[in-house]
Design a protein. Structure first.
Length: 47
């Protein structure tokens, strides 16, 4: 069975052009200076 979640996060670009999603929780309302834009990620996990 698949589980679907929508996660609020910011996107970080590393040197080699890799992108990483950094989750923003309740205590992390503001995006840090090194982070990019706030995005919503749709995660589909199959169990």
């Amino acid at each position: 069975m698949a589980r679907i979640e929508i996660v609020r996060c910011s996107i970080i670009k590393y040197r080699r052009g890799d992108y990483v999603l950094y989750p923003l929780g309740k205590d992390k309302e503001k995006i840090k200076h090194l982070h990019g834009k706030e995005v919503y990620a749709l995660i589909i996990a199959e169990e």
